[in-house]
Design a protein around this ligand. Sequence first.
Ligand code: PHE
Length: 370
Amino acid sequence: MPDKTKEESIPTDQLISLLLTLEEDVINEIESSNESATALRLRVFGKDSEFVKLTSNIKTIPKDEKTRCGIVLNQVKKAIENALSKKASRSEGITDNDWIDLTAPGTQPPEGHLHIVTQAIEEITQIFNKLGFTRVRHPEVDWDWYAFESLNMPQNHPARDEFETFFIQSSNIKFSLNKQYERIKNYQMVLTPHTSNGQVREMEKGKLPIRMINIAKCYRPNWDVSHIPMFHQFEGLYIDKNVSIGHLKGVLDYFAKSFFGEKRRTRIRPFHFQFTEPSFEVDITCGICNGTGKLPNGLTCRLCKEGWLELGGAGMVHPNVLRAGNIDASLYNGFAFGWGVERTYMMKSGTQLDDIRLLYGNDIRFLEQF
Ligand code: PHE
């Protein structure tokens, strides 16, 4: 009677052939099965698997044949492993047998941010909101009445040359609903070269006092490292009784401190614009040298050279402009200012772009840095 507690010995060749058959069967099964690689692995190599049973027979193989058998066993195991990992990489879809850990933290999707110019516009809007200025929208394609003529810049006035302008064909455009029709019907349409077209449009709403901040796209046909044909300006307009240059200076200082930092100061220098009288250029102290023009090592500041950076134009609204907007210039007056958003942003961040066109190149590698 054979001893039941002892495993029966199988002849080596038979064991090898059983292993090879198993390999073939298992690989076929792996390839045709719908089960996941993980589930299949458990079954193929599990405690009660055929593979484990056959493997245990190795013990009974005569010593001198063990090596031959072991080599085959390893090859079979490798082949099955290969089939399993192929299966795992092939199965992208999740089957019912796959286990998902719902509590595992998700993969963070790539997160973008608002364009830096949009961020600047939002910040500027908030600062002026605090002073009671409301952001308004006016056309970015407008009659040259609003862009020039109503701003005390008659046709053929040389000042209009400074605003080299995109004119658009508008001979067929009827504007009969607008009460200004009679006055503007002979004029052309332009892509607004500045946000000042919003001044008379705002006055025409007929509500006083006016505290507007008009932020919009502007267009001028320039294209080089410091100019882009489309850029942004923000235009402030304050119209009330007894407005003084002191009010203007107060608003400028408040903006400079809020946007650039507590230590920054502004100054106004005489300048000339057709639509303001008097007119100013507004400067702000340089953030690199703190308005001294000199660096701690005694060298001249390379950014500003003399302590001040130029922000943009401002002035007290010209009475002719008030009149164009149907405002009684003997009762009301006010101030206006208009600056470039891109320029102002670059001055704040200290970002020295050697090419302003980068802002609109849509290159993620550039935009991601902000
Ligand atoms: N519109 C002027 C420009 O584009 C700036 C400005 C606005 C100046 C308002 C004075 C008052 O240069």
